[in-house]
Write a protein that binds this ligand. Structure first.
Ligand code: SF4
Ligand code: SF4
Length: 141
């Protein structure tokens, strides 16, 4: 069973101490709800507006420990981030690190509304660690 600590990525950030110049991606309110981005995400981080999401979809996670110490079943339903537009769960977005050279949602979006999220700035190393975390893989050097 994969037991995940939500603090891991935060601790990893502190350990690297390197310049943070990358970000998770977010969807703006310019979204036209075309749905083109959703199937392109390698982490199943994109959901239709109003839909519940979970950690387990598209990942190997079985349990997630939150910062307050409680544990969440990865299959448990989480509240939508947006009721109006497609949304990205930042905790599952790796900027497609380890899968593609560029964010696939941004590549297919017809209105260019998949943009870097300044509220979730992460180094390339953290994004790589997140990818390994989501898919229960050895962290690549
Ligand atoms: S950048 Fe990649 S991982 Fe992040 S939401 Fe878009 S498709 Fe998914
Ligand atoms: S591809 Fe762009 S416009 Fe279409 S649902 Fe995704 S974010 Fe919205």
């Amino acid at each position: 069973m994969t037991v995940i600590c939500g603090l891991f990525l935060h601790e990893f950030t502190l350990e690297t101490g390197k310049k943070q110049d990358r970000m998770a991606i977010k969807i703006t309110d310019e979204c036209i709800n075309c749905g083109a981005c959703e199937p392109e995400c390698p982490n199943t981080a994109i959901y239709e507006g109003g839909r519940e999401w979970n950690w387990a979809g598209g990942t190997t996670l079985t349990e997630v420990a939150t910062e307050d110490g409680s544990k969440v079943d990865a299959k448990s339903a989480q509240q939508p981030v947006s009721d109006e537009f497609y949304f990205i769960v930042s905790g599952k977005c790796t900027e497609c690190t380890g899968f593609h050279e560029e964010p696939q949602c941004a590549a297919v979006c017809p209105v260019d509304c998949c943009v870097p999220d300044p509220d979730h700035v992460e180094t390339k190393e953290v994004l790589s660690a997140k990818k390994a975390w989501l898919h229960n893989e050895e962290l690549q050097a």
